[in-house]
Design a protein around this ligand. Structure first.
Ligand SMILES: Cc1cc2nc3c(=O)[nH]c(=O)nc-3n(C[C@H](O)[C@H](O)[C@H](O)COP(=O)(O)OP(=O)(O)OC[C@H]3O[C@@H](n4cnc5c(N)ncnc54)[C@H](O)[C@@H]3O)c2cc1C
Length: 387
């Protein structure tokens, strides 16, 4: 950790969000410390696989790490529902972009970010937990690590500690438990995927297949009551289950290890307070249905970086800077939260009427290229100016 007991910016959490912000600020002239409660190997082994939007790819390009981790382009997305009619196909060539998005391992992204950051002389301190002062007007943070406990004074404390940091202060965080789990694994298709991703809405939740190397990365959502059966079933029984959900459109020949993540939306009512700002999963944890969590975090990071680079001296009135940041990010954030939550709930609504309405929605999308373009544009760049 930075030996000074006073820094301009303390970033709590060296997951993908905290590391990206640290790299974006590495040349800003602000002094910085990054602490993480885990080990670097843990972040590098993160089993999540992320669909990165075109906007996120551009941002990683600017940070100089695009190409430092493997990424598979998505050239088409096939969307359908199990409980009724309707399907649509969104194609990159129709939208005149090289790819609709890219699929990469969260662990490999974190590793590439950490290496780039260390090359700029910023070394995160691992196995080090932060305990911020309850008074957010103060930038004082107790930092507990292998070398004991110290108090760090920061002009700005950035919380990027993931979902762990969002459940503690009553009243600050709203939670919607979807009573679903995402089972995550990789799965080998019998035929080449050709860059096509699949999103299939089922009564138990969405099933997403993302092209990842030669295989697919699978996010299989199920009711929480079924999670043990999904994790405990044999490889062939699990493959059968996935194939049945896809109505035989795809066949698979093998899967990797399965891991389960409980799904809830956790939304911090105020992403800024005093000298503190919350980013990434610490600000909002979203259902993975639209693959928006990390992409949204990157858009937050781009705007926060702009504000902090503009403000050379952080002695100034922090609330003003943070208020500007919160105001600039309000619409995009709210849009992603509402859209993701709506999608997660709309497609599990039971009944023929709901299935028909969804079917007509998918049909309309299929018949109307401009609607598909608008939807894909939102997914690629969010509700903000294209960067
Ligand atoms: C199944 C699944 C699929 C997903 N797919 C996508 C997708 O396709 N696209 C997308 O954009 N998003 C996706 N997401 C969301 C994405 O994974 C998250 O948005 C992103 O990983 C959040 O990163 P983060 O750095 O905010 O948090 P985390 O990755 O949780 O990192 C938090 C870090 O903080 C550390 N920490 C915790 N407490 C403390 C403390 N007190 N002091 C110090 N350090 C601490 C932890 O050790 C950890 O390293 C998906 C999520 C899931 C569950």
């Amino acid at each position: 950790m930075n030996p000074a007991s006073r820094v301009d910016i303390l970033i709590v959490g060296a997951g993908p969000a905290g590391l990206t912000l640290a790299l974006a600020l590495a040349d800003s002239g602000h002094t910085m410390a990054v602490v993480d409660a885990g080990e670097p190997e843990r972040a590098a082994c993160d089993p999540r696989v992320l669909a990165l939007s075109h906007g996120s790819r551009l941002m990683f390009g600017r940070l100089g790490i695009w190409g430092r981790f493997p990424a598979t382009p998505i050239t088409e997305i096939h969307v359908s529902q199990q409980a009724g009619f309707g399907r649509t196909l969104i194609r990159a060539d129709e939208l005149h972009v090289p790819a609709l998005g890219y699929v990469a391992s969260a662990g490999r992204i974190a590793e590439a970010l950490r290496i780039a950051l260390e090359a700029k002389g910023v070394r995160p301190s691992y196995a080090t937990r932060s305990v911020p002062d309850a008074d957010t007007a103060s930038g004082q943070v107790r930092v507990v690590g292998p070398a004991g406990e110290t108090t760090l004074e920061a002009r700005l404390v950035v919380h990027a500690e993931g979902g762990a940091g969002t459940g503690t202060e009553a009243g600050q965080v709203s939670v919607r438990d979807y009573r679903q789990h995402a089972i995550v694994t990789d799965i080998e298709p019998a035929r080449r995927h050709g860059g096509r991703a699949w999103e299939r809405f089922t009564p138990g939740g969405p099933v997403a297949l993302l092209p990842f190397g030669e295989r697919y990365s699978l996010v299989y959502t199920c009711a929480s009551t079924e999670v043990d059966a999904c994790l405990g079933s044999s490889e062939s029984a699990f493959i059968e289950r996935v194939e049945a959900h896809l109505a035989g459109r795809l066949r698979f020949v093998g899967t990797g290890a399965r891991q389960a993540f409980p799904l809830a939306m956790r939304r911090r009512r105020q992403p800024v307070s005093g000298r503190h700002v919350w980013l990434g999963n610490a600000a909002q944890t979203l259902h993975p249905v639209a693959g928006q969590g990390f992409n949204l975090a990157l858009r937050d990071i781009a705007v926060l970086t702009e504000c902090l680079v503009r403000e050379r001296e952080l002695d100034g009135p922090m609330p003003g800077l943070l208020r500007d940041f919160a105001r600039a990010r309000r619409v995009d954030r709210l849009g992603a939260q509402v859209a993701t939550d709506g999608l997660a709930r709309l497609f599990i609504l039971p009944g023929r009427l709901a299935a028909s309405m969804r079917g007509f929605g998918l049909l309309a999308l299929d018949l109307c290229p401009s609607m598909r373009g608008m939807l894909a544009g939102r997914a690629m760049f969010g509700l903000c100016a294209r960067t």
